[in-house]
Every structure is written in structure tokens, then in C-alpha cells.
Write a protein that binds this ligand. Sequence first.
Ligand code: 13P
Length: 243
Amino acid sequence: MKYLIGNLKMNLTYFESLDYIKKLQAKISQANFKNTKIGVAFSHDSISLSNQFKNRNFLFGAQNIFYEDKGAYTGEVSIRSVSELKIDFVLIGHSERRTLFNETNATINKKIQALLKANITPILCVGENRCDVQNCCSLQTIKKQIKEALLKIDNINNLIISYEPVYCIGNGEIPTIEHIQEIVDLIHDITQKNIPILYGGSVCPESIKNLLKVKNLSGFLVGGAALDINKFFNLMIELENNN
Ligand code: 13P
């Protein structure tokens, strides 16, 4: 199975998300995807919309959660809430959360443990920054992120990992296919499982054809291009046809 996951980040309001879902569902229903699952991660104000779309034709995701069940954690959203709303997956450890909100591998580990316990798929995002590339330590950085994020977690059957080089997000830059392949192979080696691995960072209709050359990649995590339903649909078709 292949995955095309959109990360809408903090771009749509509640009503804009409602409109987006209607258009997305209509587009997906035009096609008959057999090998590709489509998913979208909404911001917290919009995740309750999942309740209005119970028979949806796409996976409904959130962009973050807090690992405690309830309590005095002002501004956070619990796993109990996302469970009740039947959210399918949650993005964890996105580079924007790591860099802008100081999220650590230890916090990420707690979030993954809590999600797996609740039977919700975590999509763990990992990736090196430009400084790591310049210092030739991309592999070490990613290895450390994964080891620490998955510490004391034995069962990773319900986990997806997305490789997102930080320096390629939102700017049209893409690493070489060889580099992405090296990281995909590394992640499979570390996890010793055939878990789905996605690539994210400037995926768009122009770049996807080349990215599809990476072997053992299970799909893509898309930011900017997912905001445009036509571009997003174009990516779905490319991925489906490549299966
Ligand atoms: P872009 O596709 O806009 O580069 O964003 C990638 C991303 O951050 C997905 O999580």
C-alpha cells in the first residue's frame, strides 16, 4: 500500500477546512484508488470536522497531540480527544515542532508510546538540517532521532516514518535520489522492519516523477502542494499509477 499524506500546517481555518474536505472527497471519489491511501493532517481547530465526515474516503489526521490523558496542560490536546474523534493518524516530531517549539526526542518518544497504546498511527518525522549535511552527519542525526524516538517501544507495526530533510521544506530544493535512497535504506536497517517510509520536502507535480525512482519508498508527505486540491490530486494519480 502507498500513502499520500497532506500536511496543511496552520494554513486553513475551520470553515476553509470544511470546504477543503468537501472538494477533496469529491476529487477522490472521481478516481478508484486501489493501491494508494490518501490522508490529510488538519490543525487542531479543524479536527472535530472528522465527526461530520464519518464515512470519509481519506485518512483523517492531526498535526500534534499531548501524551497525557487529561489534566492541567493549558493549550494542549489529548489523545483521548483525538481517539474520540476517530482520528486515523497524528504527525509526530515534524521539524517545525522540533525547531520552533523545542520538541525533543524524549517528548516525541512519549507521544509515540501513547498513540500506539491508543491504536492511532503515529507518522514520525525525521530529517537532518543543512548544517548536518555540511558536517557529513546526516546519517548519525537520523539514526539518533529514530533510536531515541522509539526507545522502549517493541511493537512498531502501526508506525509510519517520514523522512523530511529540513533544508528541503517549502523551498523547491530536493536532495539527490541517491541520498534519499541511502536514508530510506538506513531507516529500514535501524527498524529491522518493513515499515512504510515516506519522503517529504518540496514534493509537487514537477518533482514527483523523479522521486518515484527511490526504491522501497511507500509514499509522500506533502505540504504546500496539498493546499491546492488539483495539485494534490495530480500527485495521487502519479503515485497510484506508479504502483
Ligand atoms: P512542503 O511540501 O511545502 O515542502 O512541506 C513539506 C512538509 O513539511 C510536510 O510535512
